[in-house]
Design a protein around this ligand. Sequence first.
Ligand code: EPU
Length: 421
Amino acid sequence: MERLVIHGGRKLEGAVEINGAKNAAVAILPAVVAASSGKCLIDNVPDIEDVHCLDRILSSLGCEVKKIDNNTLEIDSTSVNTVNACTEDVRRMRASYYFIGALLARFKEAKVELPGGCPIGVRPIDQHIKGFEALGADVVIEHGAVHVKAKQLKGANIFFDVVSVGATINVMIAATLAEGVTTLENVAKEPHVVDVANFLNSMGANIKGAGTDVIRITGVKKLTGCAYSVIPDQIEAGTFMIAAAATRGDITIKNVIPKHLESISAKLLEMGVEIIEGDDSVRVRYVGDLKGVNIKTMPYPGFPTDVQQPMSTLLSVVPGRSIITESIWESRHKHIDELKKMGANIKVEGRVAIIDGVNSLSGAVVKATDLRAGAAMVIAGLIASGKTEITSIEHIDRGYPHIENKFRSLGAKIERITVEE
Ligand code: EPU
């Protein structure tokens, strides 16, 4: 098993490049399956475990996947020969559920095992199912798999009961090849939703309105291969922004879309951090004492739930009281117990974390309880005195490409070690 070992107390300085967005890439790769001819050349794909997992699932379905370089994949989905995605890899990750929408669109049938993912709360897929049924599919859950089947998919008006990234993307993919027009209302507006829509349009789909509350999809006859570049990762960028402020550093974060970072920048500014936006970069500089802030996570353009945990680490060493309310996931404060082992003073009441800033954290052996919790522990290790050892880092590797190399290039003392369990 691997661990990250960090000797904290160093300011982060310099520049770091952000990779492609995990949550866009993990939807785009399954969506490739909907193309019945041509190859997809996809660039700016992050080199993370979730992507490796998807590569294996694509191959198991009959796709030819060629790795052009660390961030570029060429996928030929012409020869997909099964609608059955029931492997260990499918069970391991959340985004494997996008194979339901993609296989249903092209073959009018899919059998996909129920997905796994981070243990951050109940993760129902009722809104995905509601969408597939509205398009005319029969949906049955049997032996731990979702089985969807339709004679013909027909466009429909679908109003989602909750704003869901996954349901918006999955039903949007399924509707691309449906007969007629599909209207999706109360949809998610995250940058990765827009990116997936742009990708599908590059394959020949006709999707309008992604990024607003209503998405309109006019069904087309077929989708074909294309060349596409994934947008930069809003959450990876946010993690480095927070790490810069937490270590009292000064770093320039390159290859970002500053507009996507506005809710994070606004909170850092409110705390007293300096933010200098470039065209495709953002510089984050500690310029003096910080003050506590209150945060409530919300769907985009609100403050992203996926940056909430790293933010709690920063706030744990900011004077005064800060309150974080997690409104998307009911169990996304598990990392707080780990932060407390390092000396943080935080009380959790349901979805609310009440943080009273302490002067410093001290190194300890702590666990990455999920992906973003892992990022929170890395930042805690970077600011703590002494040595921090992070266990269960497979969670971190699912979503952050080469995290230790990136932090090391900014001056951190961080290494990956292998231990006998
Ligand atoms: N929900 C339902 N029914 C559904 C779907 C969702 O009630 O059918 C509820 C969920 O329980 C949750 C809320 O709606 O309370 C939002 O869930 P959403 O569907 O938006 O989440 P997701 O698609 O499962 C994606 C990201 C998460 C991110 C959320 C919110 C991927 C693979 N995952 O999850 O990312 O937290 O959107 O932005 O895109 C992460 O990257 O660390 C991560 C967990």
